[in-house]
Write a protein that binds this ligand. Structure first.
Ligand SMILES: O=C(O)C1=C[C@@H](OP(=O)(O)O)[C@@H](O)[C@H](O)C1
Ligand SMILES: C=C(OP(=O)(O)O)C(=O)O
Length: 449
């Protein structure tokens, strides 16, 4: 877990204005390197997110013998020299996923299909997150997995090989679980299928066909994969759209600061990632879409946001997985909206990089917010402004740090956000982009915090 690093944020000095291009999508960046590494041929990827999480994924493949050429200093373009489904080499030491749940859970599926043993670990936060959700299905497929608490806790050692196809009924609505099973399915002896309690982000299903591996989705939502025994590098470049989860911070900030008008360029609007816009529209935000188009298999658009009197709402439970990473900043929006905001069915927030319900409730409350925590969500009654001159803890969780920086734009004074360094996991240039539209946020100087 990245600890340390204090952000000093708020209040905004004036309206937020301008156009922003946020970095590439984190989920798609992970998947693009994974599939490219396992393909026959060379894949060129543009728009890659150079956050610590995605670099951890790239590093794992380098540690297993895959050659990755970075094509620019920013590490947003790369060429992956694929080794084929069976070309990975046993790593010399432990594979380290750092802070990245997506990396470790998807890799569990890939490592389950390898004829060697490997041990995967992560940082202090990741070592507390539940792994049984992916360990159980890959064990049923025939992989051997050892680790603390019967394989629930990292580090885990996976000894794989040829796998048995399974029909997996997931108890959690998790794209990480679904993707793990589908990736393991590439190494199985027949058709592997996954069904989930609510639909989740479908980037794996959209990207596999680009690499020559069809995926079918039945009318009831069950996803099936009949393995082709090889993946093939796509002919053209794999382009990754801008990350809606990063865009949402600026959408909320612009909604909250009077007189703001911000346009977020080429943001992914895949319905399985677009829950944040449905929630913000439900809260009365002034959002509009311009220049709708497709980037590869994904729909994108420019999203324009003007400030507007936000009000509370009850979030529709089916929208929860489609906005799962945006709830910290949506809590900030709800705190500064009129009326009551109610979130249920979101217990998954408690097992992210931090317990995000508790972390946001504590941080916002210490700045004067009116929030009742619930086991699976929260009830938030809006107030006019947050108190300033307060210290809050981001608990080494990138989304808590950035959400509090946004909330602070409507504080009566400065908010000091401690343990915020983790924003580098998903959004290394957050502070720079935030300043470029007029947000009041900066890193504390040494000794200042
Ligand atoms: O598949 C993915 O890329 C992700 C799925 C989500 O996790 P869960 O599948 O655990 O909900 C999300 O929170 C994470 O940031 C990225
Ligand atoms: C939950 C997140 O990521 P991960 O599960 O990959 O750590 C996130 O980015 O908010």
């Amino acid at each position: 877990m990245s600890t340390g690093g204090t952000l000093i944020a708020g209040p905004a000095a004036g309206p937020l204005k301008g156009e922003l291009t946020v970095p590439g999508d984190k989920s798609m960046s992970h998947r693009s390197v994974m599939l490219a590494a396992l393909a026959d041929g060379v894949t060129e990827i543009h728009g890659f997110l150079p956050g610590e999480d995605n670099i951890a994924t790239a590093r794992m493949f380098i540690d297993m013998g895959v050659r990755i050429e970075w094509l620019n200093d920013e590490k947003t373009s790369l060429r992956v020299h694929g080794v084929g489904l069976h070309g990975l080499k046993q790593p010399q030491g432990m594979l380290d996923a750092g802070n990245a749940g997506t990396c470790v859970r998807l890799m569990a599926g890939i490592l389950a299909g390898q004829h060697f043993s490997s041990t995967v670990t992560g940082d202090a936060s990741l070592c507390k997150r539940p792994m049984k959700r992916v360990v159980d299905p890959v064990r049923r497929m025939g992989a051997k997995v050892e680790g603390g608490d019967d394989g629930n806790l990292l580090p885990i050692t996976i000894s794989g090989g040829k796998l048995k196809a399974i029909d997996h009924v997931s108890e959690v609505a998790s794209a990480q679980v679904k993707s793990c099973v589908l990736l393991a399915g590439l190494y199985a002896d027949g058709v592997t299928s996954v069904s989930e309690p609510k639909p989740t982000r479908d980037h794996t299903e959209r990207m596999l066909p680009l690499f020559g591996q069809p995926v079918t989705v039945a009318a009831d939502g069950t996803i099936s994969l009949d393995p082709k025994d090889r993946l093939t590098a796509p002919v053209g470049v794999v382009d990754i759209p801008a990350d809606p989860s990063s865009a949402c911070f600026f959408a909320v900030a612009a909604s909250l600061v009077e007189g703001s008008d911000v346009t977020l360029k080429s943001i992914g609007i895949n319905p399985r990632r677009d829950g944040w816009r449905r929630v913000m529209n439900g809260m009365g935000a002034a959002l509009s879409l311009e220049n709708e188009q497709r980037v590869g298999e994904e729909p994108v658009a420019d999203v324009r946001i003007r400030s507007g009197g936000l009000h509370g709402m009850h979030v529709v439970p089916n929208d929860v997985p489609d906005a799962i990473d945006e709830f910290p900043v949506l809590f900030a929006a709800a705190t500064l909206a009129d009326g009551e905001f109610v979130l249920t069915d979101a217990e998954e927030l408690r097992v992210k990089e931090s317990d995000r319900i508790a972390a946001m409730a504590t941080a916002l409350r210490s700045a004067g917010a009116d929030i009742d925590e619930q086991p699976d969500g929260a009830v938030i009654r809006g107030i006019t402004n947050l108190r300033g001159d307060v210290d809050v803890d981001a608990h080494g969780d990138h989304r808590i740090a950035m959400a509090m920086a946004v909330a602070a734009q409507r504080a009566d004074g400065e908010v000091r956000i401690h343990n915020a360094a983790a924003i580098a996991t998903s959004f290394p240039n957050f502070v720079q982009l935030a300043q470029s539209v007029g947000m009041n946020v900066r890193w504390a100087d040494e000794g200042e915090a």
